[in-house]
Design a protein around this ligand. Structure first.
Ligand code: ADP
Ligand code: MG
Length: 675
């Protein structure tokens, strides 16, 4: 039902509501209060203490009188009493109260008690005639507002909406609700808005958090594609990986060894692997991926490795060439930036099976690429790849195993939602001998000293990154900043070769700049965040980050991971502006910790639940009620319920789950799922 047909709403208010995305009565019901005010406690005047906010039941003793103290200050007062005593009611700048109250009328007031020249006052109270109470004497919802809407309007519209909606149709089947102890919809709807007591509110809230997370999980599961228990390629020969490991220039860490075993066991099982490998920057994920790829090829199949940027793809290509030298594994590159003829050649090799391994960017998933026998897909730095892309890639082979590598440590709660359908392996150990990057946060006033520090080190043969923020790769002004900074640095350091790399550059240009930097022909590389993921230049041991306050902590951690890849002590200097408490804490977190998981949790904490970064950055829709940080328990239960439902009915086609499916589809159709 359209909200304008709700009593008291009409065209004009309907428009205000629609600003908040509320168009129907159902939308309104799902507009949850931001808090509740406990107006349930009734007190006698004599018992009211200064500072308390309470309800009193009073009789008007003398009607309102007004005093204008200044041009813009009108004070209205009235004396009220109950059997225990009397007090003054005060309103500031309220032209409407005069003439409203008659001596002898009985009212319920709700407001804050103060004391003025020894006398008790209640200030700007909410008032309702006794006997007709709606929003006093009980727990009352407080809603987020928009201009033109008052609490009173939303509250009474909500009251009417609940009446008008009548009995709502439950869409979580009763078995599920009983098993997980979840309140029924009608009870929950009433108590989320107008709870009897706070316990009822909590029960109601739990229901909606459960519902929200369950539906999100179902939406993300891609239930439309019936991707259930399929059989995958069987890599029966896993001992080939031993030869591969033996030839490495270093022994694997225990964690790498364990994760490789987990992968191989998936790939030999007959099922389809869907595994996420999480490992901090520098933990050595590439060689783990290479081992899996090696197994695929030695078992006669094809493998693909996807990277989020061309630079990273090029680097992976180089790494794989080294790791696979002399093993007879044929690797080709396929990226969007390649010339048409090169691309066609690569695609031919892929479709005829002449290429064993393809390394590339998103171009890989374009329709034109056909594989002859794709059995394993590795997606590096998956946080940029969505569920959709995963599914599209999977459709390229029969049922390829999927291995996702992520250096963005994310809090467990988020991982559960984003990757609820994946098994997770964690590389929780760095190769030996790494020195943590020394990190400093400084203000603008230290710039000269920062440059002196850079100068001293570059003179000694070390290379440096200087990173500028680029919020959107399309923002011209940011690009100008990077270019200007580059020119400025050329004047400051006339003897050094300064390079510039940014996302708007042609792929070939980027590659050649990166190449020069790797070879040491560039001393100082000014860059936007294109170097964020995966780039590996061991001699680059200093990083200066401009406007560090504009980056997310996880992003700063990623950036910082570009240095400290060699044996020397690395330094990261963040130049931050603004002196806010949160900025200070964020910078401090970076300085004291090198642990990506800790940093990402702090990031979420410091930004707070209201800021939606944590989820939006990962491509999740805005949460109406769930707090990913605090609702970990309900989250776990809702994910279990989702698994159970999907195991029983993977496509959600049965009548029982129809209503849930409709809601899940809405989440996807909202276009909010995954970039
Ligand atoms: P990331 O996990 O960030 O992708 P990389 O795979 O790029 O890390 O590895 C970082 C560096 O560590 C590379 O230079 C790689 O050769 C090296 N490395 C990986 N594993 C080991 C190991 N077990 N012992 C020593 N060095 C290693
Ligand atoms: Mg990597």
């Amino acid at each position: 039902m359209d909200i304008r047909y709700l009593k008291g709403v009409g065209e004009k208010r309907a428009e205000l509501f629609s600003k908040k995305g509320i168009n129907t009565v159902e939308d309104l019901l799902y507009y949850f209060p931001r808090s509740h005010e406990d107006r349930s406690e009734m007190k006698e005047i004599a018992d009211c203490n200064e500072g308390e906010t309470v309800c009193v039941s009073v009789t008007v003793f003398s009607p309102v009188s007004e005093v204008r103290v200044r041009r813009n200050m009108l004070i209205s007062t009235m004396i009220v009493s109950d059997q225990s005593g009397a007090m003054t009611v005060v309103w500031y700048n309220n032209r409407y109260v005069k003439g409203q109250f008659m001596t002898g009328d009985e009212y319920i007031l709700y407001g804050k008690i103060t004391r003025n020249r020894g006398k008790k006052e209640i200030v700007n109270p909410v008032y309702e005639k006794k006997g007709g109470e709606r929003f006093t004497g009980k727990i009352v919802p407080i809603y987020p507002l928009t201009e033109g809407l008052t609490q009173r309007i939303v509250q009474s519209s909500m009251e009417l909406a609940i009446k008008a909606a009548g009995r709502l149709k439950e869409y979580i089947p009763s078995e599920i609700r009983e098993k997980y102890n979840i309140a029924e919809l009608n009870y929950a709807m009433k108590n989320i808005h107008f709870p009897e007591d706070f316990e009822s509110y909590n029960i109601a809230r739990e229901r909606f958090v459960f519902e929200e997370l369950l539906i999100l999980r179902l939406a993300l599961s891609g239930h439309r594609k019936e991707n259930t228990q399929k059989s995958g390629a069987v890599f029966s020969d896993t001992s080939c990986v031993k030869e591969f490991v033996k030839k490495l220039p270093y022994p694997l860490t225990k964690a790498q060894d364990r994760v490789i075993r987990e992968i191989l066991s998936d790939c030999a099982s007959g099922g389809v692997m869907n595994r996420l490998v999480q490992g901090d920057v520098g933990s050595g994920k590439t060689v783990v991926a290479a081992a899996a790829i090696y197994a695929a090829v030695k078992n006669g199949r094809q493998a693909a490795m996807m990277a989020p940027t061309e630079i990273l793809a090029a680097q992976h290509r180089e790494t794989l060439d080294k790791l696979f030298a002399g093993t007879g594994v044929t690797v080709v590159t396929l990226t969007g930036g390649m010339k048409a003829a090169e691309k066609r050649l690569a695609q031919d090799m892929i479709s005829t099976g002449k290429a064993d391994v393809v390394v590339g960017t998103h171009a890989l998933i374009q329709k034109t690429t056909e594989f002859s026998d794709l059995a394993l897909v590795v997606a590096d730095e998956q946080h940029r790849f969505g569920v959709e892309q995963r599914a599209r890639l999977a459709s390229k082979g029969a049922n390829p195993h999927i291995l996702i590598m992520s250096a963005t440590p994310i809090p467990r709660t988020l991982a559960l939602i984003l990757y609820g359908d994946l098994d997770i392996s964690v590389i929780d150990e760095l190769p030996p001998g790494r020195k943590p990057v020394k990190t400093y946060a400084v203000g603008e006033s230290m710039r000269k000293r920062v440059y002196a520090f850079v100068d001293k080190n570059v003179a000694a043969g070390i290379q440096a990154y200087i990173v500028c923020p680029l919020v959107e790769e399309t923002e011209k002004s940011d690009l100008r900043n990077a270019k200007e900074l580059c020119e400025k640095l050329s004047r400051i350091f006339p003897d050094y070769k300064i390079g510039l790399i940014h996302g708007k550059m042609r792929a070939k240009m980027k590659e050649s700049v990166m190449d020069d930097f790797m070879k040491g022909d560039i001393n100082i590389l000014v860059s936007t965040t294109v170097i964020e993921v995966g780039v590996n230049v061991p001699n680059a041991n200093i990083m200066v980050i401009e406007n560090a306050e504009r980056f997310g902590l996880s992003q700063l951690h990623q950036l910082r991971g570009r240095v400290g890849r060699g044996a020397e002590q690395a330094h990261c200097i963040m130049i931050a502006h603004g002196s806010g408490e949160v900025t200070k804490k964020r910078m401090e977190t970076m300085c004291v910790s090198n642990d990506g998981f800790y940093i990402s949790e702090q990031d979420l904490l410091l930004r707070g639940p209201g800021d939606f970064f944590g989820t939006r950055q990962h491509g999740l829709p805005e949460m109406k009620i769930a707090n990913l940080f605090k609702d970990g328990d309900i989250l776990a239960v809702s994910q279990e319920a989702a698994r159970e439902i999907l195991a029983e009915d993977p496509s959600l086609s049965s009548e029982k789950y129809r209503a849930l499916k409709e809601r899940a589809d809405k989440v996807i159709d909202g276009g909010i799922v995954m970039n």
